[in-house]
Design a protein around this ligand. Sequence first.
Ligand code: F6P
Length: 344
Amino acid sequence: MGIIEFSANGGDPRWIPTEEVNVKRIGVLTSGGDAPGMNAAIRAIVRTALANSVEIVGVKRGYDGLITGDTVSMDGDSVANIVHLGGTILETARSAGFMTKEGRRKAIRTLAEKKIEGLILIGGDGTFRGGTELTRESGVSVVGVPGTIDNDVFGTDYTIGFDTAVNTALEAIDRIRDTALSHERLFFVEVMGNHTGFIAFESGIAGGAQELLIPEVPMSIDDLCSKLQEKFKQGRRSAIVVVAEVEKPGVSFQIAQQVRDRVDFESRVCVLGHIQRGGSPTARDRVLASKLGIAAVKALLEGRKGCMVGEVRSEVVYTGMEDTWGKKKELYAGFDELIKILFQ
Ligand code: F6P
């Protein structure tokens, strides 16, 4: 641990490490897209800090609040009755200001002024890119907790919020199946994923979709059409194609139109969008958030910095923050065989 020192002549802030790990005050913020379970993580972090006689400060609206100094001191009462709530009580933002050196300088000044000796970041890849810069430029002790519905963070089997989002998408797919069957239609159900197919893969398998369009297994429109045509020829009267949004919501409208131009079958599109981000977290997300929240505070108390706590095969592991967004997280081993068998 240590303290941040500003030179009087306006030079760069300096991180001065202290000999002993004797933390008195830490901060927590949520950043990027919100994810169900973030509140359970905040709760675990606050409780672990208090149990170790460490003061805990909440930073509002992610890095934006760090830049403006918008903080709130937290106690047991501030995290009572929040474990079941979606969203984040600290609010969140995709901070444009923090992407600038000047913004980060202001943020570092806030940390110094508020005497925050260690900072826990709950978020996804964008949050950890910012955390990497913060560590590099200030040396401040930063520990990450993976919180994003996309599950696209290297260094953890699952991110907080992913399980809830998959179950939300699954519920929607089950509902769509009812109307698809009743009207004998083809449906394109688009889910989020930020350039990955994690949500599509799990909700598609669990929802018994006929086809899966994910970046990890590219499929041409021609191949998709011939596969669908074959199924309709064999007598199938409705079908569901789960599509990963990749870049931004709406890609499935173009895909559906291209399929309509080639395949004579009535179809509809349903983009699930931000519905996937809200709602009460599942038990799995609450438990993961609690475990990782506790692990993050303990990591700071042990003197760790510039890393993320994650869970791999049920064990808490630490990954260098740069690797969490710099390394690509793959779909599970053997996923291609599973796809071949279940989506033939
Ligand atoms: O939270 C992650 C994510 O849901 C991505 O899958 C999606 O592309 C993005 O956030 C959209 O979020 P926003 O509308 O808040 O920018």
